[in-house]
Design a protein around this ligand. Structure first.
Ligand code: G4P
Length: 514
């Protein structure tokens, strides 16, 4: 039955600030799941992949991954789909959108640094969608902050209940292992590198610990709420694991927790109400489109999060944007080592669908063409730039390029009612560099980006009359997005508030759901 099969899927992402240890943890998760056999594979593989996609010169120059990928591993009968989110500070809508395709998230924080800006931003997106979060406090093999200070910071900064599931017995030079509360055992370090190699000993009790440490451990164990599955699943409580990705501590416990507690594929919101994973027909939505993964083809890969049904190769699905069915002959499942042809896939799985630009982010795919998923938002750009062509005869190429790239989610594009200069919007600076480099490399269009006279954009909705009345006064600040929907280009946040108060018949949204 579909329901039991999809019940063993855990589709999740890791959110973190750069350097907290996401790559290291990913690698350890894959190792435990038997997906890779050599330490260092994840990074090496990433570099090899980057080397192949030369349009992404920026990735090489900056040594970061702009694009997300999907990794699948299996342990004890559970299939884990890990969606990678770029960890760089200049992240894109891609990152946000990836979080719309997961059922839960693991938040990695550095024991010495606590909650950092990027963690908080990504957390906010999870909260918007009530995505449940398991917290992994990393690097306890090094000096870190007092445990209660870290726990209280997570609780305060994110307004969440925290429920510690274990504690390191000392940190840095005093580190002697990680206590797991549930089993009352201690994972012990071994060998010259002081790694966890599988040795677990019964906890000898607080009496065996130095006074201060005993007190701290007791506080962590007794002073916080017990785990509550419902509160976790609602996004109100986060279980906290302490560990060291580098030394392999806490990784076993983390996988077990995802297996045991993280939600299996959840129903997804649609225009006609939630679509359950048990629904018979195959449905899914595109959360990401990526060009040029394979340099031999100019194809794009659209990433579909499957919501229901049992997918089989060659199946016909109708994309909401197209209206007529397409046969999905060469779907791709992204395994850690290789891309493999998927024969079947279940709710919760991610399928890569090669196409020539017919599939767009936000599209629903279904057998019946009767489903429309909602809730895949565009986010108000934080940076706006005017695109100025170096060669003015290339307007047509530029328009095509901007439409394509906005389709992929690299940028958003706004066509002002007045003036010939188009505005691009991004949520991170890095996207601008990607844009300029791809315009040149792929579309042979030279362009400069200049400051735009606007600070932010809001999608506006209301009756035709209300929109017209607003337009009559604000034409210079009006634009349309690539779908032709009206957008208010604001000079400041103040401007947005002012107009929102002045025009109670209109809504000004920072996100747009397709
Ligand atoms: P990121 O993907 O979140 O950006 O972080 P990444 O895993 O690349 O880790 C950032 C740095 O932190 C790396 O060191 C990594 O080895 C180290 N690190 C990760 N987990 C732990 C841990 O549990 N304990 C300790 N002590 N260090 C950890 P680096 O020197 O920047 O890179 P590398 O040369 O070691 O790869």
């Amino acid at each position: 039955m579909t329901s039991t099969v999809s019940g063993n899927r855990r589709t999740f992402a890791i959110i973190s600030h750069p350097d907290a240890g996401k790559t290291t943890l990913t690698e350890k998760l894959l190792l435990q799941g038997g997906a890779i056999h050599l330490a260092g594979e994840v990074k090496a593989r990433g570099q090899a992949r980057r080397a192949r996609s030369d349009w992404m010169k920026i990735e090489q120059q900056r040594g970061i991954s702009v694009t997300s990928s999907v990794m699948t591993f299996e342990k004890d009968g559970t299939v884990f789909n890990l969606l990678d989110t770029p960890g760089h500070e200049d992240f894109s809508e891609d990152t946000y959108r990836t979080l719309t395709a997961v059922d839960s998230a693991v938040m990695v924080i550095d024991a010495a640094k606590g909650i950092e800006p990027q963690t908080r931003k990504l957390f906010e997106v999870c909260r918007l969608r009530s995505v449940p979060i398991i917290t992994f406090v990393n690097k306890v093999d090094r000096e870190g902050r007092p445990l209660t200070e870290i726990l209280d910071e997570v609780a305060d900064a994110l307004a969440l209940d925290v429920s510690p599931q274990g504690a390191p017995l000392g940190m840095g030079g005093l580190f002697t292992g990680v206590l797991d509360f549930a089993s009352d055992t201690v994972a012990k370090p071994d060998g010259g590198s002081k790694e966890y190699l599988g040795r677990r000993e019964p906890f000898e009790g607080l009496d065996g610990l130095p006074g201060e440490l005993a007190e701290e451990i007791e506080l962590v164990r007794e002073g916080y709420p017990a785990f509550d599955l419902e509160a976790y699943r609602n996004g109100d409580l986060t279980p906290v694991f302490f560990g060291s990705a580098l030394k392999n501590f806490g990784v076993e416990e983390l996988i077990a927790a995802i297996d045991r507690w993280a939600p299996p594929p959840r129903p997804q919101p649609s225009e006609d109400g939630p679509v359950a994973p048990t629904r018979d027909e195959v449905t899914g939505f595109i959360f990401k489109v990526q060009a040029n993964m394979d340099p031999n083809h100019r194809d794009r890969i659209a990433f579909m999060r499957q919501v229901s049904g049992t997918f089989r190769r060659g199946m016909k699905l109708t994309p909401s944007g197209l209206g007529k069915p397409i046969a999905v002959h060469s779907p791709i499942l992204f395994f850690a080592q290789d891309r493999e042809i998927a024969d079947t896939a279940q709710a919760g799985d991610i399928i890569g669908i090669p196409n020539h630009g017919t599939l767009r982010v936000g599209d629903t795919l279904s057998e019946s063409n009767k489903v429309r998923f909602t809730g895949l938002p565009n986010f108000a750009p934080e940076i706006l730039r005017r695109v100025v062509l170096k060669d003015p005869t290339k307007t047509k190429q530029l328009r095509k390029a901007l439409d394509d790239l906005s389709e992929e989610g690299v940028i958003q594009v706004f066509y002002p009612e007045f003036g010939a200069q188009w505005i691009v919007g991004v949520v991170g600076q890095l996207q601008l560099d990607v844009l300029v480099s791809r315009l040149e490399a792929e579309y042979k269009v030279g362009a400069n980006l200049e400051p735009a006279p606007f600070a932010t954009a809001r999608w506006i909705k209301g009756s035709d009359a209300a929109l017209k009345a607003f337009a009559d006064f604000n034409r210079a600040n009006l634009a349309t997005d690539r779908d032709g929907d009206p957008v208010f280009m604001a000079k400041s946040a103040w401007d947005v508030n002012y107009q929102a108060e002045k025009n109670p018949d209109l809504t000004f949204s920072a996100t747009k759901e397709r």
